[in-house]
Design a protein around this ligand. Structure first.
Ligand SMILES: Cc1cc2nc3c(=O)[nH]c(=O)nc-3n(C[C@H](O)[C@H](O)[C@H](O)COP(=O)(O)O)c2cc1C
Length: 252
């Protein structure tokens, strides 16, 4: 499931363009049915804007995964995680950072075909209906050093950061799988940020048996070894662990 039959996922259609960048695609009718706006009482404006706050078990039992994709090399293979998650029964909403879209790091048509949903990048407009169903789990992969540092600092100036900024507070399991070189890793902010993220309950997959930074200039050689499967496994484990809380939340 995690092997790419073409040997390297980035070869197919990279930078082929698509519908992200904040626009609302006409694709995803199922999404449109499910998001009939249900901002829960007491939900913050930011929570509402990011659209991860409400849960309506009457609508569906399918678990929803938000995949946040940043502007780093493995982004071109993000379809691998989408496909694996769909195979495991998840409904997947892909959210890309503006840099990932602008820099052609992602294959938007492939992600939309695999997920059955538009790739989102920009905030919805005030008054616009929520565009995605609420999340049961969030994976940030690949997580850039930039996003890690902004996230840890509480900056929410992109839709992707807005989603992750509120997810932990909402009790949603969040998994972060970084990708950067040792050069970025040695910046003092990087380790500090990872500690902050861990301290808020985020499962950061950084360590010997998980992911380690690579030598500068060798990023392309790491793409096939990028451990997407660890992110998926951790999200599922986190969801199972948080089931009790989730049920309490749902009863409320
Ligand atoms: C070709 C290319 C490859 C890059 N690879 C990485 C990377 O592996 N890790 C990383 O943290 N930043 C990488 N960057 C830098 C990020 O793209 C940049 O910091 C960007 O602002 C990140 O935005 P985001 O965090 O909103 O996605 C790369 C940039 C370019 C142009």
């Amino acid at each position: 499931m995690w092997e790419n039959s073409e040997g390297h996922g980035c070869a197919a259609g990279r930078g082929a363009g698509g519908t992200a960048g904040g626009t609302v695609s006409s694709r995803g009718p199922r999404a449109d049915r499910r998001i009939a706006d249900a901002r829960p009482k007491g939900t913050s404006t930011l929570a509402s804007a990011a659209g991860v706050a409400s849960r309506d078990p009457a609508v569906t039992d399918t678990r929803v995964l938000y995949l946040i994709v940043c502007a780093a090399g493995p982004a071109c293979d993000a379809v691998r995680l989408v496909t694996a998650a769909r195979d495991r029964g998840w409904d997947v909403c892909v959210i890309a950072t503006p840099a990932a879209v602008a820099g052609d790091f992602i294959d938007i048509p492939a992600l939309e075909a695999a997920s059955g949903r538009p790739v989102r990048s920009g905030w919805r407009r005030a008054g616009e209906q929520k565009r995605n169903p609420p999340a049961d789990a969030v994976i940030v992969a690949p997580m850039t050093m930039n996003t890690a540092n902004k996230w840890a600092a509480g900056i929410a100036d992109t839709y992707a950061l807005g989603v992750v900024a509120e997810a932990v507070g909402l009790g949603i399991p969040v998994v972060a799988l970084p990708f950067w070189s040792t050069a970025l890793d040695t910046h003092p902010a990087t380790q500090r940020s990872l500690e902050v993220l861990r301290g808020t309950g985020i499962r950061v997959l950084y360590g010997d048996s998980e992911w380690r930074p690579h030598a500068p200039g060798t990023g392309d050689e790491q793409l096939l070894m990028y451990p997407w499967h660890l992110a998926m496994n951790a999200a599922e484990a986190g969801t199972n662990k948080s089931e009790r809380n989730t049920n309490v939340f749902r009863r409320g």
